[in-house]
Design a binder for this molecule. Sequence first.
Ligand SMILES: Nc1ncnc2c1ncn2[C@@H]1O[C@H](COP(=O)(O)OP(=O)(O)OP(=O)(O)O)[C@@H](O)[C@H]1O
Length: 569
Amino acid sequence: MSSQLPIASRAAVRTTARRDLAADRRAVIGVVVVNALAAGAGLVAPWLLGRIIDTIRTGSGDVLGAVDKLALGALVFTVVQTVLSWWALKIGYRFGERTAARVRERFLQRTLALPPRVADHLPAGDLIARGNTDTSLVASTLRSALPEVLVALIHALFLVIAVLLLDLRLGLCGLVCLLGVAAAVRWYVRRARPAYLAVAATGAELADVVASTAKGARTIEVLGLEERRFELTESAIKNSRRARIDALWLRTILFPWSEIALALPVVAVLLIGGALYSNDLISLGSVVTATVYLRQLIGPLDTLMLWIEQLQGAGASYARVEGLADVPADERSDARTDGDRIRVENARFSYTGDRDVLRGIDLDVQPGERLAIVGTSGAGKSTLARLLAGLDRPHTGAVTIGGAPVADLPPDELREHVVLVTQDQHIFHDTLRANLLIAKPAATDDELYAALRAVGADWAQSLDADAELDDASAQQVSLARVVLADPHTLILDEATALLDPRTARQTEQSLAAVLRGRTVIAIAHRLQTAHDADRIGVLEAGRLVELGTHAELVAANGVYGRLWRTWHS
Ligand SMILES: Nc1ncnc2c1ncn2[C@@H]1O[C@H](COP(=O)(O)OP(=O)(O)OP(=O)(O)O)[C@@H](O)[C@H]1O
């Protein structure tokens, strides 16, 4: 699946951000208050510098003593400002760490809560990109950018207020010149969100192509698709590169523009302040203080500019991480089964919504029956297996066990009725016990050993050993899980088809023990499997075109009869 996962809207992002801030209210208030104190303390030194100049120019009496006191005051307030700023940053960093952890946990919980049926159809690369790149960017922004931005914002605000209070004329002049910075930021912010969403989306597309190429390496090699995959990867790299260059281009405009705009207020205040001073309309100390304030403003504004880019990127990533909340949930009713009988009634299914790959299947499987499904590649065999196992639901018609829709059964109950066995079984990096308990959480150690013995896994000496297994042993563990789950029906889809011959032989022996006494629906890749079954269903282009015993189908001389004769001869 190559479509993208949902992206949270601006309104949803704002609501979640507010909730994240509210969750750590004390820290947020702490950052703001301590920062405000630090910024207030920072204003004192330039003001005292102005007083020093005015005292030297106009003072009489103990000028030196007065200057010393003012200089000492400036030193004390500078130290106070440094300590308070450090403290504010510390609170901010801690807030960032906690919030980043909250965002990560939320993402993980949402991912783990996805029903398998929904998770199966999500674009894996996009999900991985959101879990890695996007959450990392959000976390690093929360950890470092956000506290520094908060500090810079409050500092800048205090400097602007201070210069206005010091002298309204110089303050207004400085502010007018700052409009250039505002224009630069506005220009940038408008373009940055789509640009960074494009960077993330093309990155995810690239991850998707690489992940699916790696996953399907065998098929690609067998079908000679290397050239096509190479082209797809190249095109994904090109798209990702283009999106990054577009985003970088925005920065190449923003930075020079804002550098010039930041110098303007200082120049303007010096010129206008100088003119006012020449006409005795302002003291030299006030001009110097105003100039120092505006000069100091460059620091926090520079910080804001620097981080604004990361904030934009992180904003886009935050929207992508939170977008997972909008993945449509899987609607399940509380179905109850009455018996083991599996029925498929007029089932139609489509992966894409526009083309049905199953087109009206009717099938009635008797308890204890062995049914083989045969058909050419792409006929819909695996899709039917997924529907029978409750992994997908038909868009029309029904697939039921004992009268209840299979896909509606809660996972624990479903496992007791039907299990799909494929060759693609996952063994977790954990102990053997933990890997087995997945199938029956309440099982005793004796039951676990019995299940392992039943599938011939005599190598298992300790349940506490790490389950790092070769293919054959991993298959045995997955079959032992089936023994533990003890479903009345097994669906076998390519359980051994692509395994190497030795592993396939071992797995088939283990499988034989598991199949005993159960209803078995096998996707048959070899006609011998079909021959041994009680009944055979033949799928062609999404339709069940034949259904009967081997003898009946051979006698009817239809699709299966011809296949059998060709194979036999
Ligand atoms: N995840 C998917 N998204 C879109 N189309 C799919 C998906 N999986 C299968 N299909 C399509 O559905 C059709 C039926 O596929 P299915 O795998 O069920 O066939 P099959 O009979 O099992 O084939 P094979 O023996 O090659 O596995 C095919 O046209 C296939 O391309």
